[in-house]
Ligand binder design. Structure first.
Ligand SMILES: [Zn+2]
Length: 76
């Protein structure tokens, strides 16, 4: 089982979901979004790497990386 790292389209929160999952609930804003509408940060992430990657993306450096990719679209 591998995971997708996605960004909530409403608030920009990062979370991991199973690759075959169609919808996900955001822990931060509580809204449900479709995987298709989310920004995919990373694909095919093995379960033992999920925590590490999310942790990294929430650091200043990780945030900068996301900003470089999506710029002003991120309002979080
Ligand atoms: Zn959200």
């Amino acid at each position: 089982m591998t995971y997708l790292i996605v960004m909530c389209p409403y608030c920009g929160e990062i979370r991991a979901i199973k690759e075959n999952q169609k919808t996900a609930l955001c822990y931060k804003c509580g809204r449900r979004f479709r995987t298709l509408n989310a920004r995919i940060v990373m694909r095919s992430v093995p379960s033992n790497k999920v925590v590490e990657i999310i942790k990294y993306l929430k650091t200043r450096k990780g945030r900068e990386l996301l900003l470089q990719t999506w710029g002003r679209e991120i309002n979080a």
